[in-house]
Design a protein around this ligand. Structure first.
Ligand code: ADP
Ligand code: MG
Length: 262
């Protein structure tokens, strides 16, 4: 997306969203305040910022797991009132069911869509193939490496054929080499499936490698500090000086947001 291209149509719109949490001792905490963000159709957006700046709260509001205290969230033009098949979610911790094999994990959400057994199975097999995991369809989570488990989690998130993929630090617990290949695979899926992706990370390099726009957040209260456009072609090269320049811009915004944190 070049600077002069028209903005894509928003598939997710967050308007003036704030979230207030009250802890059991009565303390009030604004987890996010005045968040305004559009995620365009087919756009890849990363969010970055220190711990506690409201990244997960924002993602959960888009996913429909929490309702904002003020403001609104829409997906596909409809108000978000709860989780939906149009939005797939991948968490940091492998949220796989340990008692189900890989294929059954991928099938899990499909019953609710009213698909029959044969159709559920076919779709799960198709997605496992897409993730290069056909050979592991009958393995249980404990028999899979961390990288393979996250591939299963991505397959499961894609099973309902969502337009939007929401990912909360999905590769944070994965070793560096596996992480790099997961990043490349994710970019391939993004392209092939025409997804819109909202991806949270702690890692500036990951954000520059993946995103068209990087949302830098700061805490106390959690809010958007700056949105940095990364106007570089894909596939991106970490050795490219333009990559380093984008990294430096985001690192500067991130450092400011950490000053706020301390
Ligand atoms: P991040 O993902 O950026 O680390 P979170 O969105 O998880 O940030 O949290 C933002 C703030 O809201 C933090 O101060 C956190 O302690 C608080 N918070 C998050 N979830 C809850 C909750 N369910 N109840 C109370 N406070 C919460
Ligand atoms: Mg978080």
């Amino acid at each position: 997306m070049g600077a002069n291209d028209p903005a894509p149509r928003a598939i997710v719109s967050v308007r003036d969203a704030s979230k207030l949490y009250a802890s059991s001792n009565g303390e009030l905490n604004w987890a996010m305040t005045d968040v305004n963000l559009d995620i365009g159709e087919g756009e890849f957006v990363c969010a970055i910022g220190p711990s506690g700046c409201g990244k997960t709260t924002l993602l959960n509001a888009i996913a429909g797991f929490v309702g904002p205290t003020t403001g609104s969230v829409t997906a596909g033009g409809q108000p978000v009132t709860g989780p939906g098949a149009d939005r797939g979610v991948v968490f940091q911790e492998y949220a796989l069911f340990p008692w189900l094999n890989a294929r059954r994990n991928v099938e899990f959400g499909l019953k609710m869509l009213g698909l029959g057994a044969a159709e559920r199975r076919a779709r799960a097999e198709e997605l496992l193939a897409l993730m290069g995991l056909s050979h592991a369809a009958r393995r249980y989570p404990f028999e899979l490496s961390g990288g393979m488990r996250q591939r299963v989690a991505v397959a499961r998130a894609l099973a309902t054929r969502p337009k939007v993929l929401l990912m909360d630090e999905p590769f944070a617990a994965i070793d560096a080499l596996t992480r790099a290949s997961l990043q490349r695979e994710l970019l391939r899926l993004w392209r092939e499936l025409g997804l819109s992706v909202f991806f949270i990370t702690h890692n500036i390099e990951e954000a520059v490698f993946l995103a068209q726009r990087v949302v830098v957040m700061s805490p106390h209260p959690g809010r958007i500090r700056e949105i940095v456009e990364v106007d570089l072609p894909y596939p991106r090269e970490r050795a490219d000086p333009a990559f380093g320049a984008a990294y430096a811009r985001i690192a500067a915004a991130f450092a400011q947001s950490e000053e706020v944190a301390s």
